[in-house]
Design a protein around this ligand. Structure first.
Ligand SMILES: [Zn+2]
Length: 70
């Protein structure tokens, strides 16, 4: 007999077997909710993207370089 686990999202009992495609979650919805919460947490920890700031710093360096050449 297959063991049962509790869905991490809604705590519903899920039979841990091949037929339970989203185990240990009870459904795809609960799986997506859990993954979504994880993604949100990691995004907050990393903070906002700094790509724009890095780009403007690079442009400043390029403006300085031609002056050094002349
Ligand atoms: Zn669930």
């Amino acid at each position: 007999m297959a063991p049962t686990v509790k869905c991490p999202t809604c705590s519903q009992s899920v039979v841990f077997e091949e037929a339970s495609r989203h185990r240990p979650f009870c459904s795809e919805r609960c799986k997506l909710i859990d993954l979504g919460e994880w993604a949100t947490e990691s995004y907050v920890m990393e903070g906002p993207p700094l790509e724009e700031e890095d780009l403007s710093e690079g442009l400043e360096d390029m403006e300085i370089s031609p002056k050094n050449w002349s």
